[in-house]
Design a binder for this molecule. Sequence first.
Ligand SMILES: C[S@@+](CC[C@H](N)C(=O)[O-])C[C@H]1O[C@@H](n2cnc3c(N)ncnc32)[C@H](O)[C@@H]1O
Length: 195
Amino acid sequence: MRIVDSIKHSMLLLKELWHNPKTVGAVWPSSDRLAKKMAAQISPKHPGFVIEIGAGTGAITKALLARGILPTHLIVIEQSANLVDHLHEMFPEVVIIKGDAAHLRQILPAAVNQINAIVSSLPLRSLPNEQVSVILNELHALLPPESKLIQFTYDLFSKEERYMEGFRLIKSFSVWLNIPSAKVQVFVKNVKSIQ
Ligand SMILES: C[S@@+](CC[C@H](N)C(=O)[O-])C[C@H]1O[C@@H](n2cnc3c(N)ncnc32)[C@H](O)[C@@H]1O
């Protein structure tokens, strides 16, 4: 990304962080490297829609499109109005929905009948526990058993089972070229449902 864009995007994120520290949970947009590694976990040939939640400034959205996910098969959810405006400007061809991931089933368009993968930048460790539980329930209800949930965390030494109830970790790796360094985690849902 050009340095000017990078600064512009981080200013946007900092502004959001100032007003909503717990829901933003990042001081700098995801690096191209992290975004590319997240997108690489998805096969564009796998049928269905890719749902991105907590898209922020769009770093991962951009990488998903570069990966070959068709704009018609990408649905982006972001709860901040300012960031939604920014995402609309950056990706006019993609469906961007202003909404809360806790109401995912309600806000997804009816045409979303099959899901390839869900990609999340949500700061699950800084959101309140009850909200995380509701969000995980939504993701669990939506995700087919063979589909992936791709999440990143800045907690490189995390015990993921503690907060990803209902999901099973199938892959995890660090991405050092990010501010701060991050860990990509790929989950599938457990067969037995969560309550
Ligand atoms: C870590 S930031 C996103 C970083 C993003 N990858 C980037 O490069 O800009 C997390 C984003 O999740 C959004 N968010 C937090 N809680 C949310 C929720 N419940 N539903 C939808 N979006 C949410 C925040 O507004 C913020 O934009």
